[in-house]
Design a protein around this ligand. Structure first.
Ligand code: MEV
Length: 311
Protein backbone atom coordinates (compact mmCIF):
# COMPACT_ATOMS: atom_id res chain seq x y z
CA UNK A 1 0.00 0.00 0.00
CA UNK A 2 1.20 3.48 -0.82
CA UNK A 3 1.54 6.05 1.98
CA UNK A 4 -0.08 8.63 -0.26
CA UNK A 5 -1.63 8.05 -3.66
CA UNK A 6 -3.03 10.60 -6.08
CA UNK A 7 -5.62 10.30 -8.83
CA UNK A 8 -6.14 13.02 -11.43
CA UNK A 9 -8.93 13.59 -13.99
CA UNK A 10 -9.89 16.47 -16.27
CA UNK A 11 -13.29 17.97 -17.00
CA UNK A 12 -14.97 17.60 -20.39
CA UNK A 13 -16.47 20.02 -22.86
CA UNK A 14 -19.13 19.03 -25.38
CA UNK A 15 -18.57 21.00 -28.60
CA UNK A 16 -21.81 19.77 -30.20
CA UNK A 17 -24.41 17.02 -29.98
CA UNK A 18 -25.53 17.25 -26.34
CA UNK A 19 -29.07 15.95 -25.75
CA UNK A 20 -29.21 14.48 -29.28
CA UNK A 21 -26.53 12.02 -28.12
CA UNK A 22 -29.05 10.51 -25.68
CA UNK A 23 -31.06 9.41 -28.77
CA UNK A 24 -28.18 7.84 -30.70
CA UNK A 25 -26.96 10.92 -32.60
CA UNK A 26 -23.22 11.73 -32.46
CA UNK A 27 -21.55 14.25 -30.18
CA UNK A 28 -18.07 15.75 -30.19
CA UNK A 29 -16.60 16.00 -26.72
CA UNK A 30 -13.09 17.03 -25.66
CA UNK A 31 -11.14 16.92 -22.40
CA UNK A 32 -11.13 20.35 -20.81
CA UNK A 33 -7.71 20.35 -19.25
CA UNK A 34 -8.06 23.79 -17.68
CA UNK A 35 -10.34 22.32 -15.03
CA UNK A 36 -8.83 19.42 -13.12
CA UNK A 37 -9.79 17.21 -10.17
CA UNK A 38 -7.06 15.79 -7.92
CA UNK A 39 -7.75 13.21 -5.22
CA UNK A 40 -5.27 12.27 -2.47
CA UNK A 41 -5.79 8.97 -0.67
CA UNK A 42 -4.02 8.37 2.66
CA UNK A 43 -4.30 6.02 5.61
CA UNK A 44 -6.84 6.99 8.31
CA UNK A 45 -8.42 5.63 11.49
CA UNK A 46 -11.81 5.68 9.80
CA UNK A 47 -12.85 6.22 6.22
CA UNK A 48 -13.64 9.86 5.55
CA UNK A 49 -14.20 12.18 2.63
CA UNK A 50 -13.00 15.74 2.35
CA UNK A 51 -13.84 18.26 -0.39
CA UNK A 52 -15.12 21.78 -0.92
CA UNK A 53 -18.63 20.37 -1.40
CA UNK A 54 -18.76 17.86 1.49
CA UNK A 55 -16.70 16.92 4.54
CA UNK A 56 -17.46 13.86 6.66
CA UNK A 57 -17.87 10.09 6.70
CA UNK A 58 -19.07 8.08 3.71
CA UNK A 59 -22.33 7.32 5.55
CA UNK A 60 -23.18 10.99 5.82
CA UNK A 61 -22.65 11.81 2.13
CA UNK A 62 -25.49 13.86 0.60
CA UNK A 63 -27.74 12.42 -2.14
CA UNK A 64 -26.03 14.32 -4.96
CA UNK A 65 -22.92 12.26 -4.15
CA UNK A 66 -24.78 8.93 -4.03
CA UNK A 67 -22.96 7.61 -7.12
CA UNK A 68 -19.53 8.47 -5.69
CA UNK A 69 -20.50 6.96 -2.33
CA UNK A 70 -21.61 3.67 -3.86
CA UNK A 71 -18.56 3.08 -6.03
CA UNK A 72 -16.17 4.16 -3.24
CA UNK A 73 -17.73 1.61 -0.88
CA UNK A 74 -17.61 -1.12 -3.53
CA UNK A 75 -13.99 -0.39 -4.46
CA UNK A 76 -12.89 -0.33 -0.81
CA UNK A 77 -14.61 -3.68 -0.26
CA UNK A 78 -12.94 -5.12 -3.33
CA UNK A 79 -9.42 -3.77 -2.84
CA UNK A 80 -8.90 -3.79 0.91
CA UNK A 81 -10.78 -3.27 4.12
CA UNK A 82 -8.39 -0.56 5.42
CA UNK A 83 -9.85 2.83 6.23
CA UNK A 84 -8.69 5.74 4.12
CA UNK A 85 -8.98 9.48 3.93
CA UNK A 86 -10.16 10.61 0.48
CA UNK A 87 -9.37 14.25 -0.16
CA UNK A 88 -10.80 15.75 -3.34
CA UNK A 89 -9.43 19.05 -4.67
CA UNK A 90 -11.32 20.24 -7.70
CA UNK A 91 -11.34 23.28 -9.91
CA UNK A 92 -14.19 21.89 -12.01
CA UNK A 93 -17.30 23.86 -11.06
CA UNK A 94 -20.01 21.44 -9.92
CA UNK A 95 -23.11 20.98 -12.03
CA UNK A 96 -22.09 23.35 -14.81
CA UNK A 97 -22.10 20.95 -17.75
CA UNK A 98 -18.34 20.33 -17.53
CA UNK A 99 -18.62 16.72 -16.40
CA UNK A 100 -17.68 17.35 -12.76
CA UNK A 101 -19.41 14.18 -11.49
CA UNK A 102 -17.55 11.93 -13.97
CA UNK A 103 -14.24 13.73 -13.32
CA UNK A 104 -14.57 13.50 -9.53
CA UNK A 105 -15.47 9.80 -9.81
CA UNK A 106 -12.52 9.07 -12.14
CA UNK A 107 -10.01 10.87 -9.91
CA UNK A 108 -11.22 9.03 -6.78
CA UNK A 109 -11.12 5.64 -8.53
CA UNK A 110 -7.60 6.32 -9.85
CA UNK A 111 -6.52 7.46 -6.37
CA UNK A 112 -7.95 4.36 -4.67
CA UNK A 113 -6.41 1.90 -7.15
CA UNK A 114 -3.05 3.66 -6.85
CA UNK A 115 -3.29 3.59 -3.04
CA UNK A 116 -3.94 -0.17 -3.00
CA UNK A 117 -1.29 -0.60 -5.73
CA UNK A 118 -3.72 -2.40 -8.03
CA UNK A 119 -3.50 -2.02 -11.83
CA UNK A 120 -6.45 -0.18 -13.35
CA UNK A 121 -7.36 -0.68 -17.00
CA UNK A 122 -9.27 1.96 -18.97
CA UNK A 123 -12.14 -0.50 -19.30
CA UNK A 124 -12.46 -1.10 -15.56
CA UNK A 125 -12.22 2.63 -14.88
CA UNK A 126 -14.93 3.32 -17.47
CA UNK A 127 -17.22 0.69 -15.93
CA UNK A 128 -16.85 2.26 -12.48
CA UNK A 129 -17.41 5.82 -13.76
CA UNK A 130 -20.47 4.71 -15.75
CA UNK A 131 -21.88 3.02 -12.66
CA UNK A 132 -21.44 6.21 -10.64
CA UNK A 133 -22.90 8.35 -13.43
CA UNK A 134 -26.02 6.18 -13.72
CA UNK A 135 -26.79 6.82 -10.07
CA UNK A 136 -26.05 10.55 -10.40
CA UNK A 137 -27.89 11.23 -13.68
CA UNK A 138 -30.45 8.52 -14.32
CA UNK A 139 -29.84 7.46 -17.90
CA UNK A 140 -26.70 9.19 -19.15
CA UNK A 141 -25.55 8.60 -22.74
CA UNK A 142 -22.05 7.89 -21.41
CA UNK A 143 -20.34 10.72 -23.31
CA UNK A 144 -19.03 12.42 -20.14
CA UNK A 145 -17.55 9.19 -18.76
CA UNK A 146 -15.79 8.27 -22.03
CA UNK A 147 -14.23 11.72 -22.47
CA UNK A 148 -13.02 11.90 -18.88
CA UNK A 149 -11.63 8.34 -18.89
CA UNK A 150 -9.85 8.50 -22.28
CA UNK A 151 -8.71 12.11 -21.81
CA UNK A 152 -8.94 12.48 -25.61
CA UNK A 153 -11.28 14.26 -28.05
CA UNK A 154 -14.04 11.80 -28.93
CA UNK A 155 -16.69 11.28 -31.56
CA UNK A 156 -19.27 9.60 -29.40
CA UNK A 157 -22.27 7.57 -30.52
CA UNK A 158 -24.15 5.57 -27.91
CA UNK A 159 -23.67 1.80 -28.15
CA UNK A 160 -21.07 2.15 -30.92
CA UNK A 161 -17.35 1.61 -30.64
CA UNK A 162 -15.43 4.68 -29.70
CA UNK A 163 -13.85 6.89 -32.35
CA UNK A 164 -11.25 9.52 -31.55
CA UNK A 165 -11.13 12.84 -33.42
CA UNK A 166 -7.90 14.30 -34.65
CA UNK A 167 -7.99 18.07 -35.00
CA UNK A 168 -6.20 19.10 -38.16
CA UNK A 169 -5.71 22.70 -37.01
CA UNK A 170 -5.92 24.65 -33.82
CA UNK A 171 -9.40 25.79 -32.82
CA UNK A 172 -9.83 28.59 -30.28
CA UNK A 173 -12.76 28.73 -27.88
CA UNK A 174 -13.97 30.93 -25.06
CA UNK A 175 -15.95 29.11 -22.38
CA UNK A 176 -17.99 30.89 -19.72
CA UNK A 177 -19.85 29.77 -16.63
CA UNK A 178 -23.23 31.43 -15.98
CA UNK A 179 -22.71 30.69 -12.28
CA UNK A 180 -26.08 28.96 -12.25
CA UNK A 181 -26.19 25.19 -11.65
CA UNK A 182 -27.21 23.31 -14.77
CA UNK A 183 -30.34 21.17 -14.51
CA UNK A 184 -29.12 18.29 -16.67
CA UNK A 185 -31.37 15.65 -15.15
CA UNK A 186 -34.62 17.59 -15.61
CA UNK A 187 -33.52 18.94 -19.01
CA UNK A 188 -32.88 15.39 -20.30
CA UNK A 189 -36.21 14.26 -18.83
CA UNK A 190 -38.13 17.15 -20.45
CA UNK A 191 -36.59 16.55 -23.89
CA UNK A 192 -37.75 12.93 -23.55
CA UNK A 193 -41.28 14.14 -22.83
CA UNK A 194 -41.29 16.54 -25.81
CA UNK A 195 -40.20 13.70 -28.09
CA UNK A 196 -42.95 11.49 -26.78
CA UNK A 197 -45.67 14.14 -26.97
CA UNK A 198 -44.80 15.54 -30.39
CA UNK A 199 -42.31 13.36 -32.30
CA UNK A 200 -43.18 14.98 -35.66
CA UNK A 201 -41.99 18.33 -34.38
CA UNK A 202 -39.06 17.38 -32.16
CA UNK A 203 -37.51 14.26 -33.73
CA UNK A 204 -36.25 16.20 -36.81
CA UNK A 205 -34.51 18.63 -34.44
CA UNK A 206 -32.59 15.76 -32.84
CA UNK A 207 -31.61 14.47 -36.30
CA UNK A 208 -30.57 17.98 -37.34
CA UNK A 209 -28.35 18.29 -34.24
CA UNK A 210 -26.71 14.99 -35.25
CA UNK A 211 -26.12 16.29 -38.78
CA UNK A 212 -24.57 19.47 -37.39
CA UNK A 213 -22.09 17.30 -35.43
CA UNK A 214 -21.28 15.39 -38.65
CA UNK A 215 -20.62 18.63 -40.57
CA UNK A 216 -18.52 20.13 -37.78
CA UNK A 217 -16.42 16.94 -37.57
CA UNK A 218 -15.49 17.27 -41.26
CA UNK A 219 -14.29 20.83 -40.72
CA UNK A 220 -12.23 19.87 -37.66
CA UNK A 221 -10.58 16.96 -39.43
CA UNK A 222 -9.84 18.76 -42.70
CA UNK A 223 -9.89 22.53 -43.21
CA UNK A 224 -11.33 24.45 -40.30
CA UNK A 225 -13.63 27.15 -41.67
CA UNK A 226 -14.22 29.12 -38.47
CA UNK A 227 -17.12 31.12 -39.94
CA UNK A 228 -19.00 28.00 -41.09
CA UNK A 229 -18.39 26.04 -37.89
CA UNK A 230 -19.47 29.10 -35.89
CA UNK A 231 -22.72 29.31 -37.85
CA UNK A 232 -23.34 25.60 -37.26
CA UNK A 233 -22.77 26.04 -33.52
CA UNK A 234 -25.21 28.95 -33.36
CA UNK A 235 -27.72 26.92 -35.37
CA UNK A 236 -27.37 24.11 -32.81
CA UNK A 237 -28.07 26.64 -30.05
CA UNK A 238 -31.32 27.63 -31.82
CA UNK A 239 -32.41 23.98 -31.84
CA UNK A 240 -31.44 23.51 -28.19
CA UNK A 241 -33.56 26.57 -27.36
CA UNK A 242 -36.54 24.98 -29.13
CA UNK A 243 -35.91 21.82 -27.12
CA UNK A 244 -36.26 24.08 -24.01
CA UNK A 245 -32.83 23.32 -22.58
CA UNK A 246 -31.39 26.85 -22.85
CA UNK A 247 -32.21 29.75 -20.53
CA UNK A 248 -31.82 33.51 -20.15
CA UNK A 249 -28.50 33.25 -18.27
CA UNK A 250 -26.94 31.30 -21.16
CA UNK A 251 -28.52 33.41 -23.89
CA UNK A 252 -27.22 36.64 -22.34
CA UNK A 253 -23.63 35.31 -22.54
CA UNK A 254 -24.13 33.79 -26.02
CA UNK A 255 -25.37 37.13 -27.34
CA UNK A 256 -22.45 39.00 -25.76
CA UNK A 257 -19.97 36.58 -27.39
CA UNK A 258 -21.60 36.96 -30.82
CA UNK A 259 -21.77 40.76 -30.53
CA UNK A 260 -18.06 40.84 -29.74
CA UNK A 261 -16.89 38.92 -32.75
CA UNK A 262 -17.31 35.22 -31.88
CA UNK A 263 -18.01 33.15 -34.99
CA UNK A 264 -20.60 31.10 -33.11
CA UNK A 265 -21.80 30.26 -29.64
CA UNK A 266 -23.98 27.74 -27.86
CA UNK A 267 -24.60 26.12 -24.52
CA UNK A 268 -22.46 23.14 -23.59
CA UNK A 269 -23.62 20.12 -21.60
CA UNK A 270 -27.05 19.80 -20.00
CA UNK A 271 -28.08 23.47 -20.28
CA UNK A 272 -30.55 25.54 -18.19
CA UNK A 273 -27.66 27.30 -16.51
CA UNK A 274 -24.19 25.85 -16.61
CA UNK A 275 -21.69 26.86 -19.28
CA UNK A 276 -21.62 28.25 -22.82
CA UNK A 277 -18.90 27.85 -25.43
CA UNK A 278 -17.99 30.19 -28.28
CA UNK A 279 -15.69 29.68 -31.25
CA UNK A 280 -13.30 32.50 -32.11
CA UNK A 281 -10.81 33.09 -34.92
CA UNK A 282 -7.67 33.65 -32.88
CA UNK A 283 -6.25 34.52 -29.47
CA UNK A 284 -6.88 38.25 -29.96
CA UNK A 285 -10.58 37.60 -30.64
CA UNK A 286 -10.60 35.24 -27.68
CA UNK A 287 -9.42 37.96 -25.30
CA UNK A 288 -12.03 40.43 -26.59
CA UNK A 289 -14.84 37.90 -26.19
CA UNK A 290 -13.53 36.82 -22.77
CA UNK A 291 -13.55 40.46 -21.56
CA UNK A 292 -17.09 40.94 -22.84
CA UNK A 293 -18.29 37.77 -21.10
CA UNK A 294 -16.70 38.89 -17.86
CA UNK A 295 -18.40 42.27 -18.14
CA UNK A 296 -21.69 40.53 -18.81
CA UNK A 297 -21.36 38.87 -15.38
CA UNK A 298 -19.95 35.40 -16.19
CA UNK A 299 -18.88 33.65 -12.99
CA UNK A 300 -15.77 32.33 -14.75
CA UNK A 301 -14.25 32.57 -18.21
CA UNK A 302 -11.63 30.32 -19.83
CA UNK A 303 -9.78 30.68 -23.14
CA UNK A 304 -9.26 27.21 -24.56
CA UNK A 305 -7.41 25.91 -27.61
CA UNK A 306 -7.82 22.46 -29.16
CA UNK A 307 -5.46 20.88 -31.63
CA UNK A 308 -2.25 21.41 -29.71
CA UNK A 309 0.21 18.76 -28.55
CA UNK A 310 -1.62 15.59 -27.54
CA UNK A 311 -4.92 16.38 -29.24
C1 MEV B 1 -24.47 16.06 -20.48
O1 MEV B 1 -23.10 16.39 -20.36
C2 MEV B 1 -24.83 15.73 -21.88
C3 MEV B 1 -26.29 15.34 -22.14
O2 MEV B 1 -26.34 15.00 -23.52
C4 MEV B 1 -26.73 14.17 -21.30
C5 MEV B 1 -26.04 12.87 -21.66
O3 MEV B 1 -25.45 12.75 -22.71
O4 MEV B 1 -26.18 11.94 -20.83
C6 MEV B 1 -27.23 16.50 -21.90
Amino acid sequence: MAALATGIATAKLILCGEHAVVYGEPAISVPFNQAIVKTDVTEAAETSFSSAFFEGSLDEMPTFLAGIKEITELILKKLGSQSVKIEVMSDVPIGRGLGSSAAVAASIIRGLYAYFEEPLSEKVLLDWVNQSEKIAHGKPSGVDAVTVVTGKPVWFEKNKSLELIHFNQKAHFVVADTGIPSETRSAVFDVGNLLQENPQLYQPMIVKLGNISREIKKYFETDLDVVQVGLLMTEAQGLLEKLTVSDASLEKLILAALKNGAAGAKLTGGGRGGCMISLVKNQENARKVADALQQEGAARVWIFTIGEDNQ
